[in-house]
Design a protein around this ligand. Sequence first.
Ligand code: GLA
Length: 419
Amino acid sequence: MINPDDLSCDFERSFGLTPRVYRAPGRVNLIGEHTDYNDGFVMPMALDRSTWVAAAPRADRALVVASREYRETITLDLDCHPPYPTESWIDYVRGIAAVLDGSGGPERAAPHSQDAAPARHLPDMPRAPDSPDVARPFQGRVTGADMLIASDVPIGAGLSSSAALEIACGYALLDLAGMPIDLDALARAGQRAEHEFVGIRCGIMDQMIACHGETSGALFLDTRTLQHRSLPLPASLRVVVGNTMVHHELASSEYNARRADCEAGVQTLSSRFPHVRALRDASLPELEGVRARMSDRVYRRCRHVITENARVEEAAEALVGSDFVRFGRLMDQSHHSLRADYAVTSAELDAMSAIARELDGVYGARMTGGGFGGCIVALADASRVDAIEVELRARYEAATGRRPDVWVCTAGAGVSRVK
Ligand code: GLA
């Protein structure tokens, strides 16, 4: 765990100033995977692990950013935009800073324009419909800053360490500049930073939960309207996360490919059913109605998203009605659909979730996050959770030879200034 006082001291030693300290959490998604860029429903829970930023303003337009995890310090100039992505952690910081500053890179977008051009070196990155111009809610420019970043969200494990980084840095930059902070707009800014500066056409789930997480439990989020409501977790339940220890390597190219498949599906669906603007609007009978006009791959991608959206709604009902068995069954079905139809699981994710499902006291288990490695999430009975942790660790290691990280999560709060 990161201690904000230690981080402050480290900052003072490096930069000679007393910083403000901010944090934003990682997340685990209980159900609703790959639905967010289809205007659908998700049920994430913020983790009690965060990315922390100690920061102090500078008089110039430089961002001097030190990372504890990567043991490097990189200096950015807010007025100069060299080619990106550099495929380094700094892209997230550069991205959120440029979006909030309204400077957006060499091809700077005209303010208020929905058709802003993406950066020149990302030719395959058309501006996504869910990536609106977000410069407007943030009038003004950010200031230069010295920043020290530290994180206890595992990196590359599908627990959204990148959104935690963007949101923590974005919140810090707005606060240092004395700009008002609209959390939905900050979430959109983080999403846009990933689209335009990292090259991942992600949805809005991770940024929204990093902004709006609640310590009582999960959120039910409608990613079309951004409306959300809390889904507190009862004391008899525990959320267990298991890290397969396989990094999600393929994640960015395959992620964008899945998104393109969904868009192809929407095009076919909407030519017959004009009310379908996103897969969120389509039903299974409608999908069957156009099945002959799409590839089997696109059909299966769409089927996953349509059935997953229905599962999230049913899971929310089950949780409110304390029907944990039903909730668990929906998690299992979600995993199956992500494996068979969406093809984003891995042998390790399949193995670990199957092991978890067999354990006494586990209601259900599934992969969580983008997939291709990373973590599983299981919903478990509180009274059994110690044994579950031990068994899951032992059996996964026996099955794969990898020693996993397994822990019981407590829900964390959304982004905040700590001191
Ligand atoms: C990643 C993305 C999210 C979401 C998930 C899959 O975490 O950042 O927007 O699409 O994958 O549900």
